[in-house]
Each structure stands twice: as C-alpha cells, then as structure tokens.
Design a protein around this ligand. Structure first.
Ligand SMILES: [Zn+2]
Length: 307
C-alpha cells in the first residue's frame, strides 16, 4: 500500500451526474437502492487507473483488465451499509479482485455499534449527516476524511488519508507486519494488523513477490561486490571503479520507489534501511566488504545531493 493523492472535491463528471440522478431514490430506499453499475463507467475507472498507475490500492500489484474492480472502502451493502456513500468519490478505490474478495463487505471500527441513548460516546455511523433543519445531505460529511466518518475510528487504512509507511513494516522474508507495537498504541497497531488480515496482504503470492524484489536487490549488490574485489589490485582510480560498480544498482533500487512501480513500500523500506536490510546479509561480518559498501553508499548519496 502507498499513499496516493486524490482530490475529494473533484469527482469525475459521470459520477457526480449519476449521484445527482440517484440521490432521491438512494435516500428513500437506503440500502435497498439498486446501485447502477453504469455510473462507475469507463471514465470513473479510467481516472482511478490513472491516479493509481493501474495498481491495486491495497496490495500494489499491477492489475489486468480482468482483475480490476471498484471497491467501496465503506461498504454500500451488507450488515453495515453506508448506502449514501455508494457513489462517493472518496469512498471508491481501484482494487484487485483478490483483495476485494477478501475484504468483502467488512468494515470494522473501534467504536461500538451502539451506545446507550444518553451517552456522549460515539458509535458506528449508520446514517448520513443532514444539513441543519433540512433533509439535504451534508456533502462534506460524506468525504472519507471528514470528522463525522473518522470519528468511528475505522481499522482499515485508507491510502488517500493515511500514510501506510507509518503503519506497515516489511520483513526481509517479504511478510507485512505492524510497524507499531501493541503496547505503544493499540489503535494504530490494530489498524495495521486488521488491514493486513482484511485484505489478506500476507497471501503467499504477495509475500513471494516482495521477497523476490528484496532478493533481486541483494543479488545485484553482491555481484558487483564480487567483481570489484576481484579486480581490486588492478584499480588505478578506486572511486571511479566504485561508482561504476554500484551507482547503477543504487539507482535501480531508488527507481523502484516511483509511483508507478509495484510494491513500492517494500522498496522504500529496503532502501531506507539498506545497511540493515541488504548490506548485513551481504557482508556477513566481513569488515572489508562492509566498509566498501558503506563508502559506495556515501559516494552515491553525496552525488545525489550535489546533482
Ligand atoms: Zn490487491
């Protein structure tokens, strides 16, 4: 998962028109409203594809046409129906079939479903907020980042509101885990943990793909290290040789952080903690190699700073 920017105030025209058209029926029939699939038409899909570079909002896999689905972050049907958000732009995410099937219409929140009548505690949101003294919808309170909705303290991370890097940790074997200890902040821990289990982010293929990415980085550095050390005695210009050996590899890893690449969270974590995630395994306590890699990384980072 990665953080994505979407302008909640600028829904695609087709979605806006569709919502206006269906609004009365939606408010009258509530969860019995027949959602019109044509409203999520090509224009809406196309815009989601572009914003997300054709990747799943949850697992960051590139999606084929067949695997592409439109997910309702808050479910429009089911035991907790947020029917009034069925055509809401901030509630729509492009999600692969696997993640979507796994999540289904679940949407756990921290607050209880019900609180006693006179309590000032919050409970799960069950109806839209209306404008004061009116039967008109409060459009702002339909946005996923509005306090009215955030007040129910959802567990599932929202890639357009939350920063997944603050919650999710990628282990060297490719598994995802919570970045935060349970004792440190229970709600944050639960958010990471439940997001992983709701969307099944630790399914085998995803673990494998993340691990392959890390192993690929490791192998590239390893290969260059071996070549360089073999020719060490014939080197006249050591710095140039190091640059030649490693800059391409470091550049390749950094390139995997770009929006349109798959599994950028994995690449980001590997690159940020490269000494821990890659160097340690390559050096195996060999100080010469450790110094070489540290030096190569410093050279690279300095060159980036100057450039
Ligand atoms: Zn997915």
């Amino acid at each position: 998962m990665r953080r994505v920017n979407k302008d909640f105030n600028a829904p695609p025209d087709a979605l806006q028109r569709g919502f206006e058209d269906k609004k009365n029926d939606l408010l009258k029939r509530k969860s019995d409203h027949q959602f019109d699939g044509r409203i999520y038409n090509n224009a809406v899909k196309q815009e989601l594809r572009e914003i997300y570079h054709n990747k799943c909002a949850y697992c960051e896999s590139v999606m084929s046409d067949d695997a592409f689905t439109i997910e309702h972050y808050r479910p429009k049907k089911g035991s907790y129906s947020y029917y009034w958000l069925g055509y809401e732009w901030s509630n729509l995410l492009p999600v692969c079939e696997k993640c979507n099937n796994s999540k289904g219409d679940r949407f756990p929140v921290e607050v209880p479903s019900r609180v006693s009548k006179n309590s000032d505690k919050k409970s799960r949101v069950k109806a839209p907020l209306l404008l004061p003294n009116s039967s008109e919808l409060d459009i702002d309170a339909m946005k996923a980042d509005h306090p009215y909705l955030l007040g129910e303290k959802p567990y599932l991370l929202h890639p357009e509101i939350d920063e997944p890097k603050d919650f999710l940790y990628v282990k060297s074997n490719g598994e995802l885990a919570s970045q935060i200890e349970k004792e440190e902040n229970k709600y944050h821990y639960e958010r990471a943990d439940q997001t992983i289990s709701l969307t099944n982010l630790n399914r085998q293929i995803l673990i494998l793909n993340r691990r392959k990415l890390i192993e690929n980085f490791e192998n590239l550095i390893k290969t260059q290290t071996v070549i360089l050390l073999k020719e060490k005695d014939n080197q006249h210009d050591w710095d140039s040789s190091i640059k030649l050996a490693f800059f391409g590899v470091f550049g390749f890893i950094e390139n995997q952080l770009k929006d349109d690449q798959e599994y950028t969270l994995t690449a980001w974590r590997t690159w940020r903690d490269i000494k821990e995630t890659l160097f340690k395994a390559i050096c195996k306590d060999n100080q010469e190699i450790e110094q070489l890699l540290d030096y190569a990384l410093d050279l690279y980072k300095n060159s980036r700073r100057v450039g």
